[in-house]
Design a protein around this ligand. Structure first.
Ligand code: A3P
Length: 285
């Protein structure tokens, strides 16, 4: 763990893509009228990396065939941002796994908008389990049972799922933030795209929405070299162990949890949600 991560305000972040400099760059980043998609890892980050620029540029597909996702819609906290920042067109689209209180001062002072994508944590942990197997820059997940404890204890990169969600639910952003779920996007992507577009003040035609939805489907994205991480060397991401575009469905947790694991998972999360002013959009049992 120590070899693979750097520590930042009590959280572990992957050393492969984060550095003291990249975190300083993030803290000093000057937000303007940008948009940032916020996710706990494995909740639909790369999906939003595809969607946001296409909404902002009225469905112009050029970039998704020529620029890799991590440069097209960079992570605020990762090293690539400093490299590509001057090439990003305004309004810029970014993503982040930061909890709310890690966001830089300029974000709060700006008119930048945030879209928080939430995914059923039972599917998040399954997706994360396979990702830890394939990603050479993350610790070995061990068995699913061991991984379950690490997830519930917040002993993984970017910390505890409930802390992440709570931090963003208790934001101070007013109408500068919208919440959407992975499941909602799965159920009706064109409708989700319309909701995101209208939040961003874009009035897109049905044809443009259709074009974006087509290009952002799981099947379309999984074969695009600029979106599927096939450009990343195998020692960092080994798709023979598990592809990044693994299943892309809601409910795969049903194939992984034993009844005992489900009850451990549900009771821990429900306990941490006790007394909260908001409720989760799924029942966890
Ligand atoms: P699975 O492992 O369940 O398949 P992130 O980008 O935050 O790391 O999340 C990755 C998860 O989002 C993976 O889930 C991946 O398959 C899924 N995903 C990525 N693009 C998607 C799309 N266009 N449609 C549905 N799911 C998608």
């Amino acid at each position: 763990r120590e070899e693979l991560s750097i520590q930042y305000h009590g959280l572990f972040l992957p050393k492969e893509t984060h550095s003291v400099n990249s975190l300083k760059f993030a803290q000093e980043f000057s937000f303007e009228n940008d948009v940032i998609a916020v996710t706990y890892p494995k909740s639909g980050t790369v999906w939003m990396q595809e969607i946001l620029p296409l909404i902002l540029n009225d469905g112009d597909l050029t970039q998704i065939h020529t620029i890799p996702n991590w440069d097209r819609t960079p992570w605020l906290e990762e090293t690539r941002l400093a490299v590509v920042v001057d090439q990003l067109k305004s309004p810029r689209a970014l993503v982040t796994h930061f909890p709310y209180h890690f966001m830089p001062a300029s974000f709060h002072q700006s008119k930048a908008k945030a879209i928080y994508v939430m995914r059923n944590p039972k599917d998040v942990i399954v997706s994360s389990y396979y990702f830890h197997q394939m990603a050479g820059f993350l610790e070995d997940p061990g068995t699913f049972d061991e991984f379950l404890d690490k997830f519930l204890d917040g002993n993984l990169v970017f910390g505890k799922w409930t802390d992440h969600v709570k931090s963003w639910k208790h934001n101070n952003l007013g109408d500068r933030i919208m919440f959407i779920t992975y499941e909602e996007m799965k159920e009706d992507l064109p409708a989700a795209l319309r909701r995101i577009s209208s939040f961003l003040g874009k009035n897109l035609s049905d044809e443009t929405i259709h074009t974006i939805a087509e290009h952002c489907s799981f099947n379309a994205m999984k074969d695009k070299p600029m979106s599927n991480f096939s450009l990343v060397p195998k020692i960092y991401m080994d798709s023979d162990k598990s592809p990044f575009f693994r299943k892309g469905v809601a409910g795969d947790w049903k194939n992984h949890f034993t009844p005992e694991q489900l009850s451990r998972f549900t009771s821990t999360i429900n306990k941490e949600m006790e007394g909260e002013s908001f409720s989760l959009p799924w029942s966890l049992d």
